[in-house]
Design a protein around this ligand. Structure first.
Ligand code: DSN
Length: 423
C-alpha cells in the first residue's frame, strides 16, 4: 500500500486535517525514528483505537458501572485486565489510567497524603517529572527527595539511596525513569523500601515491552506497585496500567476512579488488549531481544566513533550520549539530525552544566527501528549517520545533512513500518 493511507471519510470531511495525517504517515515512514519512548503500533492496534468504543461512557469497573449499556465494554476491559495479569504475572491490573503521569498520580493518591515525603530519581539524572521533581505537582504537593547516579560511573549508588531513604523515611519510593540505560535492580530497591517502610513503585514505562518479552528482569514480586505506559517498548496505544498484588488492588482502583479520573477511554482499553495479545506471542520475545541487541550494537559502534555514553553503554533499549567532547550542544545536534531524517530528542545528562532546554546530551533508542526489522548488521550505518550528522551540526553543513537524509530514506524504504503497511 502506498502512502498516504486511505482515510476516505476524513479526507471528505476535513481534507486539511487528512493531509496533515498523511504527511505524518510519510514522515514516520521516511525517517529513522530513534526516540526511545516511541514506537510503531500494528494496524490491529490502530484499528482498535479508532472504533465506536469512542462513543461510550463507562465510569466504574467491569460489573460495577455508573452507566448502562456495558455488555461489550465490560468484556473488553476484562480481556485487557486478564491479558495484563497473564503477561506480567501479577494479581491485579488496572488498565484505565489515561497515561503515565495520571497513573503515577493515582499511586500518590492511594498511598500518601499531601505534604508526605516521597522519593524518586531526579529528572536530570534520568528520572521522571512525576517521581517528585520540583516543577511537577508531585514535587509541589509532596516533599520530593531525589536520588541520582554516581558521577564517575553513571550508575545508581545503592548505599546513597539506602542512606537517603532511612534518613527521610519516604512513604513511596519510585524506581525507574526516562533516561536510564542500565538494568534496574528491583531486588535492591525492594530491600531499601522494606528497611525504610516505603511502598516501592516500579515505573517500568520504558521497559515494559522488554519485561514482557523476557529481555529485562521483572519487578514482580519485588515492587508493591508497577506503573507503566503502554505505548513505548510494549508497542500499544497511548495509555497506561497499574499492576500490583491483590492487597493493593482496592486502593489503586479507588485512586484511579473516582479519585482522579472519570470515564475510561474504552477505545484505548481495547487497543491495550490487542497490544497485550501481540506481546504474548513468541515473536514478541524475539522483538524484545532484538531491541536490546540492536541497542548494544549501536552503543558499541558509537563508542568506536568516540562518543561518550552515560554509564559507558546500555543494557536495554536506550542510549544517552553526552556530546560535550564533540563540542556540539545536544539541542543543536538533535535539530540537525532531524533535518537529516534522524529523529532523536535532546536530553540532560547527569551533572549537566547546561540548562534542560539547552542540555549537553541526546537520547536515542532502538524500539522503533527494531519494529521495522533493522538488525545488528545495520547499526554501523546508523552510528555512522549519527556521527556525520553531529559533525555536520557543528560545522553548519546543511549539504551533508541533506545527503544523510537521502541515504536514510533509501534504507527506511526497504523496511516498511508496521501500521503503515497493509497486513
Ligand atoms: N515522555 C516520556 C519519555 O519520552 O521518556 C516520559 O514521560
Amino acid at each position: 500500500m502506498t502512502l498516504p493511507l486511505p482515510h476516505p471519510a476524513l479526507s471528505a470531511t476535513d481534507p486539511e486535517l487528512a493531509a496533515l495525517v498523511g504527511a505524518e504517515e510519510q514522515l514516520q515512514a521516511d525517517t529513522l525514528r530513534l526516540i526511545p519512548s516511541e514506537n510503531y503500533v500494528s494496524r490491529a492496534v490502530l484499528e482498535a483505537s479508532g472504533t465506536v468504543l469512542q462513543n461510550k461512557y463507562s465510569e466504574g469497573y467491569p460489573g460495577r458501572r455508573y452507566y448502562e449499556g456495558q455488555q461489550n465494554i465490560d468484556k473488553i476491559e476484562r480481556l485487557a485486565i486478564d491479558r495484563a495479569k497473564a503477561l506480567f504475572g501479577v494479581e491485579h491490573a488496572n488498565v484505565q489510567p489515561y497515561s503515565g503521569s495520571p497513573a503515577n498520580l493515582a499511586v500518590y493518591l492511594a498511598f500518601a497524603e499531601p505534604g508526605d515525603t516521597v522519593m524518586g530519581m531526579a529528572l536530570p539524572m534520568g528520572g521522571h517529572l512525576t517521581h517528585g521533581w520540583g516543577v511537577s505537582a508531585t514535587g509541589r504537593w509532596f516533599q520530593g527527595v531525589q536520588y541520582g547516579v554516581r558521577q564517575d560511573t553513571g550508575l545508581i549508588d545503592f548505599d546513597e539511596v539506602r542512606e537517603l531513604a532511612l534518613k527521610e523515611r519516604p512513604k513511596i519510593i519510585f524506581c525507574g525513569g526516562t533516561a536510564l540505560p542500565r538494568t534496574i535492580d528491583f531486588p535492591a530497591f525492594a530491600e531499601i523500601a522494606r528497611e525504610s517502610g516505603a511502598v516501592l513503585v516500579a515505573d517500568v514505562a520504558h521497559i515494559a515491552g522488554l519485561i514482557a518479552g523476557g529481555a529485562h528482569p521483572s519487578p514482580v514480586p519485588h515492587a508493591d506497585v508497577i506503573s507503566t505506559t503502554t505505548h513505548k517498548t510494549l508497542r500499544g496505544p497511548r495509555g497506561a496500567m497499574l499492576m500490583s498484588r491483590e492487597e493493593h488492588a482496592k486502593a489503586l482502583d479507588k485512586a484511579v476512579f473516582p479519585g482522579l479520573q472519570g470515564g475510561p477511554h474504552n477505545q484505548t482499553t481495547a487497543a491495550i488488549a490487542v497490544a497485550l495479545h501481540e506481546a504474548a506471542q513468541p515473536s514478541f520475545r524475539d522483538y524484545a531481544r532484538a531491541v536490546v541487541a540492536n541497542a548494544r550494537a549501536l552503543a558499541d559502534e558509537l563508542l568506536a566513533r568516540g562518543f561518550d555514553l552515560v554509564s559507558g553503554g546500555t543494557d536495554n533499549h536506550l542510549i544517552l550520549m553526552d556530546l560535550t567532547p564533540k563540542d556540539v550542544p545536544g539541542k543543536v545536534a538533535a535539530k540537525a539530525l532531524d533535518r537529516a531524517g534522524i529523529v532523536v530528542n535532546y536530553n540532560t545528562v547527569p551533572y549537566d552544566p547546561r540548562k534542560p532546554f539547552d542540555p549537553s546530551g541526546v537520547r536515542i533508542g532502538t524500539p522503533s527501528l527494531t519494529s521495522r526489522g533493522l538488525g545488528t548488521q545495520h547499526m554501523a550505518a546508523v552510528a555512522e549517520w549519527i556521527d556525520r550528522g553531529v559533525t555536520a551540526a557543528g560545522a553548519g553543513d546543511e549539504d551533508a545533512l541533506a545527503v544523510i537524509r537521502a541515504e536514510v530514506a533509501e534504507l527506511m524504504a526497504a523496511f516498511p513500518a508496521p501500521g503503515l503497511i497493509a497486513q
